[in-house]
Design a protein around this ligand. Structure first.
Ligand SMILES: C[S@@+](CC[C@H](N)C(=O)[O-])C[C@H]1O[C@@H](n2cnc3c(N)ncnc32)[C@H](O)[C@@H]1O
Length: 210
């Protein structure tokens, strides 16, 4: 067996071990998904949440990110989650069983928020086909839609966190975001498996209107 193949197999084993580790931890700590740790780690690095923030979570099922956000913003914050799938209730969160591509979604969010959001999260993901280029393109389309919704509901100075898959369309999307935020960073939290092409765009200080 050649050295590259051995290295690739070791990486797959490490990646699977990491997945198992976070899945077990999530079960022990009462999180609904291991994704919760990705958000926790990015929050530790970029201080995304502050107490009393208004947060919108696009693609929130089963609710791991909602659990983390709810803990961070506390009882005086406001939290809205949206997903195509049903989500079991989470204390302190309003959950909309809805499609982020629905043309009424912005109005629905704004009506519930009363004013604009401090943070917009998007972990939305398409059904994976296994065809790398296709999944990348579908994910970028969804992330663009999340950004479209986010830009309408986010306050000036607010933060957006958007999941994408690495690939050739990423740079163009990142450049577009750079026109709209003062800083745009790429983040691969430790809890995200190396073999997965998912990566997060951390967009700081939205330049839009209040
Ligand atoms: C990776 S999961 C989110 C996990 C979540 N952050 C957590 O911690 O539990 C991605 C979600 O995006 C949702 N999704 C995909 N397309 C969507 C759309 N157009 N509108 C709303 N939700 C969508 C899926 O139903 C799925 O639940």
């Amino acid at each position: 067996m050649n050295i590259c193949r051995i290295k690739a197999e070791i990486n797959v084993k490490l990646s699977d071990a990491k997945k198992d580790y976070y899945r077990k931890l999530a079960k022990e700590e009462g999180y609904r998904s291991r994704s919760a740790y990705k958000l926790e780690q990015m929050n530790n690095s970029y201080r995304i949440f502050r107490p009393s923030d208004r947060v919108v979570d696009l693609g929130c099922a089963p609710g791991g990110w909602l659990q983390v956000a709810s803990k961070e913003i506390g009882h005086h914050g406001k939290l809205i989650g949206i997903d195509l799938q049903e989500v079991k209730p989470i204390e302190g969160a309003i959950i909309l069983h809805d499609n982020i591509e629905d043309y009424m979604i912005v109005d629905r969010i704004l009506a519930l928020l009363n004013c604009k959001a401090d943070v917009v999260l998007s972990d939305v993901a398409p059904n994976i086909s296994g065809i790398w280029e296709l999944d990348h393109a579908k994910q970028i389309l969804l992330a663009r839609r999340a950004f479209y919704v986010g830009a309408k509901v986010l306050r000036r100075g607010g933060i957006a966190l958007l999941k994408v898959f690495e690939g050739e369309l990423l740079n163009e999307f990142k450049m577009e975001l750079k026109h709209n935020f003062e800083r745009v960073l790429l983040s691969k939290p430790e809890a995200s498996r190396q073999k997965s092409s998912e990566i997060y765009l951390v967009c700081l200080k939205f330049k839009g209107q209040n």
